[in-house]
Design a protein around this ligand. Structure first.
Ligand code: ZN
Ligand code: MN
Length: 133
C-alpha cells in the first residue's frame, strides 16, 4: 500500500481526497462529482471517476462494494465494517471489538492462508425505522 506522499497529488486529486475525507456518508462516484464540482466547477465526471480509482488502487481511500449496488468510496482506511440500510441504501460505519480477529479464527480452523475477508451488516437505519413508525 502506498503512502499519500508517494502518490502524485494534482489539485483535482487533492480536492477529491479532502472532500471524501470530510464526510462519513460513503458517497458514490456520482455523489463525489457533485461535491467536488462546488470547488472545481470545470471538473468532469470522468476525471472524478478516474481519480477515485487511482486513489483506491493506491490504498489512500477505500472502494467499498455493498449489496451489489453502485461502488461507494470511503476516506477512512482504518479497519472497520459497514452497515447498509435495506430501505434507503445509506451506509454507515460500525466498529467491532478489535479483540475478535476473524481472519485468525478462520485460519486456525482451515488450512487456508487468509488474505482478507468481507463482512457486511444489513438492517434498517434509525431514520427509516422512525418513518415506518
Ligand atoms: Zn434507511
Ligand atoms: Mn466506512
Amino acid at each position: 500500500m502506498l503512502e499519500d506522499t508517494s502518490l502524485r497529488m494534482t489539485r483535482q486529486r487533492r480536492v477529491i481526497l479532502e472532500e471524501l475525507r470530510a464526510v462519513t456518508s460513503h458517497p458514490t462516484a456520482d455523489e463525489m462529482y457533485e461535491m467536488v464540482r462546488r470547488r472545481l466547477p470545470k471538473v468532469s465526471l470522468g476525471t472524478v471517476y478516474r481519480n477515485l480509482e487511482i486513489l483506491a488502487e493506491s490504498g489512500v481511500v477505500l472502494k467499498i462494494d455493498v449489496g451489489g449496488t453502485k461502488k461507494r468510496f470511503d476516506g477512512n482506511v482504518a479497519v472497520h465494517h459497514h452497515l447498509r440500510c435495506v430501505a434507503c441504501g445509506r451506509v454507515d460505519d460500525v466498529e467491532l471489538d478489535p479483540g475478535v480477529d476473524l481472519e485468525a479464527l478462520a485460519a486456525a480452523r482451515t488450512d487456508y492462508d487468509i488474505l482478507r475477508h468481507r463482512l457486511e451488516f444489513v438492517g434498517v437505519c434509525p431514520a427509516c425505522k422512525a418513518k415506518e413508525g
